[in-house]
Design a protein around this ligand. Sequence first.
Ligand code: AMP
Length: 269
Amino acid sequence: MIIFKSINNLKKKVNFSKNIGFVPTMGAIHEGHLSLIKQSKKKCEKTVVSIFINPKQFNNKFDFRNYPRNLSKDIKLLKKNKVDYLLLPKYDELFRINLKKKIKIKKKDRILCAKYRPGHFEGVLHVINQYLNLIQPKLIFLGEKDYQQYYLISNFIKNKFITKSYLCKTIRHNYLYALSSRNKLLNNKDLHILESVSLIIKKFYFSLKKKKKNIKNLNHIKKLLKETGINLEYLEIRNKINFSKKISKENFKIFIAYYFKNIRFIDNF
Ligand code: AMP
């Protein structure tokens, strides 16, 4: 695995006219990230993984400071999984260039995480834009766990770059919660709370699929969620194609964001 500390160097050394797959991450690599890497290795000749903890996408200093970091362990894992290139860009390279036009999320998209974390997706899209302005991989691999992020990135890069997005399904622990770097901040007992939350949402998902429950009334589910000890930020059902509130049994997704021990978690079913 060749490690690059600048996107420009990566651009010089790697032929991006070939079939290159790109997996952007914030590190603390886990099986969720590795599943994206496996897809990229399947679909592409070479795979680039990036690790960059983007301060602009955190709205809270505590969250940024506490975000798990373990670069040497990440490097070992990525080597073991035969990643070809690792990109570790510097803040300056991504942020010193002022974009002519600031990236803005459309009003209709300011929902779910975009509503509760102002500036978050602008930060995400800024970094994706800087990457793709310099390197244009064939495919960018994104996880369904961050489905709103996938939706916004896909729309943002469509018609702007040759790169296409590729959605990879959410990898879950045996206890049903989605794998996430932030899980590393919890102990085993805490993780059972995440399990309870996931179980409630999954059950709800299946009862909606079978039309056993009224899609509009979330009060009972919100009550059950609060009883687990979490601090619910939002629970919403949206159309998974266009994120509108026009939903049917076939096209809905349940989105949740919550805090537990002051750590923010998101998931969708
Ligand atoms: P992050 O490092 O959390 O920014 O995630 C980097 C990429 O990995 C994003 O596209 C995420 O959606 C994806 N990802 C994170 N966790 C999972 C998971 N449990 N299953 C699938 N993809 C994931």
